[in-house]
Design a protein around this ligand. Structure first.
Ligand code: IMP
Ligand code: MG
Length: 426
């Protein structure tokens, strides 16, 4: 199975980091293909927590890791992340695609200004939206430009002028911005990261030609996709599996498997409609049990029941071939457990995720209630991790089998704890 895409089926934070880490043991290459430092992918190994914002989590296994052209990369954050890994004695081979864009201070200032105005969608303030805006406006700076900083100065000047005007006209902020400062920053980035710049597309295609295994690691989630998500409460990139091909530069026929990751419940950070959002005190119980606080921003996540309407929509958009369900352990002790089967809108029952936000905002979930399960004993965990699914509480098995039938995809992985090994392969 040479090219495998792993994507989130909800609003991000599905536990992709954990699943990607689990399956990347045999990878020859691991690639992140969109977004930037807004992502927070967590891996727990022997009690130690590793958080990745840019690097594919396979870096932890010492794999050759790549940042593809569809990304917007914050050099400061990337260097921090590399530094943290170096301290652990891990020095992964890294290739940054020359076509990937650089997140500059001007992007972060604009993101910050928008969020501070109180009118933002609740972004991570990592400059993601403005970096993609400038890319589309053709005033972005790419990693390949680091070799020719003088020749991109006119473009840089335009980006700086645009930022000054926006800050002043839209946000009433007069900020000193200087092209020389930005180009000095780029010279510094060139000296530190220039050696990693290469051609990820070529690398991935050549690896696949040789029969190698390439893991394409998505960030955020399908419902945050700029086209198919809950616009405008979305991120600024395409998060779906199709985008992986485009961002990396491979043909769609090269992809063999698309693994969709979903939590056993739902979370979202930031503003936007969320039909299955839980009531208190259950929301707080699940939030605490699942440690549902943003990896990147520390914000408490909004918590909800499993939404099959949304997840089925995501499975369709991505052509997911199998599903991984995470954080099943974090629902234990809650009884009953609800699953949303359809939405009620204006007295009608909707089975498909609406494309209009105006409709989604008015949708009420139609739930089925299932029996909850208790905490797993250590003995049950050990047996289950050996592949003996039948030792788990009947209610938990029912839940997984119920979801499997509902989603019409094999649930191949069930995660019952944060540690790498706490993953059941079915
Ligand atoms: P941005 O991506 O920082 O522009 O934020 C846009 C929206 O996407 C906000 O609601 C964020 O909370 C959300 N978001 C961005 N990245 C992630 C992520 O990795 N996990 C969950 N939500 C995210
Ligand atoms: Mg996350």
């Amino acid at each position: 199975m040479p090219a495998i895409i792993i994507i989130g089926l909800q609003w991000g934070d599905e536990g992709k980091g954990k699943i990607v880490d689990f399956i990347s043991e045999n990878a020859d290459l691991a690639v992140r293909y969109q977004g930037g430092a807004n992502a927070g992918h967590t891996v727990v190994l022997n009690g130690k927590t590793y958080r990745f914002h840019h690097l594919p989590v396979a870096a932890l296994r010492g794999k050759h890791v790549c940042l593809a052209s569809g990304m917007v990369i914050d050099p400061v954050k990337l260097l921090e992340e590399l530094g943290l890994l170096n301290k652990e004695g891990i020095r992964p081979k890294l290739t940054i695609d020359g076509k990937a864009h650089i997140v500059l201070d001007v992007h972060k200032m604009l993101d910050e200004a928008e969020e501070s105005s109180g009118k933002g969608v609740g972004t991570t303030r990592r400059g993601i939206g403005p970096a993609y805006t400038y890319k589309a406006a053709r005033v972005g700076i790419r990693f390949s430009d680091l070799a020719e900083i003088e020749s991109v100065k006119p473009r840089l000047k335009k980006a700086v002028d645009m930022t000054r005007a926006l800050l002043s006209d839209v946000y009433n902020m007069d900020v000193e911005l200087n092209v020389e400062h930005v180009s000095q920053f780029l010279y510094d980035v060139a000296s530190k990261l220039g050696k990693y710049v290469g051609d990820v597309s070529l690398l991935v295609n050549e690896t696949l030609d040789r029969g190698g295994v390439v893991i394409l690691e998505g960030a955020q989630g399908t419902l945050l996709d700029i086209d198919h998500g809950t616009y405008p409460f979305v991120t600024s990139s395409n998060t779906t599996a199709g985008a992986a091909c485009n961002s990396v530069g491979i043909g769609p026929k090269r992809v063999d498997e698309v693994i969709g990751v979903t939590k056993a419940y739902t979370t979202r950070v930031g503003k936007g409609p969320f039909p299955t959002e839980m009531e208190e005190p259950i929301a707080s119980m699940v939030r605490e049990k699942g440690k549902e606080y943003g990896t990147t921003t520390g914000r408490p996540r909004r918590v909800g029941w499993f939404d099959a309407v949304a997840v089925k929509y995501s499975i369709m958009l991505n052509g997911a071939t199998s599903v991984a369900v995470t954080k099943v352990d974090c629902l234990s002790g809650i009884d009953p457990v609800k699953v949303c089967l359809a939405y009620e809108f204006n007295g009608q029952e909707l089975e498909n995720f609406p494309s209009s936000l105006h409709v989604l905002e008015k949708c009420k979930p139609v739930y089925v209630e299932l029996e909850g399960w208790r905490d797993l004993s250590e003995k049950e965990k050990i047996e289950a991790l050996k592949g003996n699914f039948d030792v788990l509480p009947k209610q938990l098995r029912n839940y997984i089998e119920f979801l499997e039938e509902l989603l019409a995809r094999p649930i191949k992985y069930v995660s019952i704890g944060a540690e790498r090994h706490e993953t059941i392969v079915r």
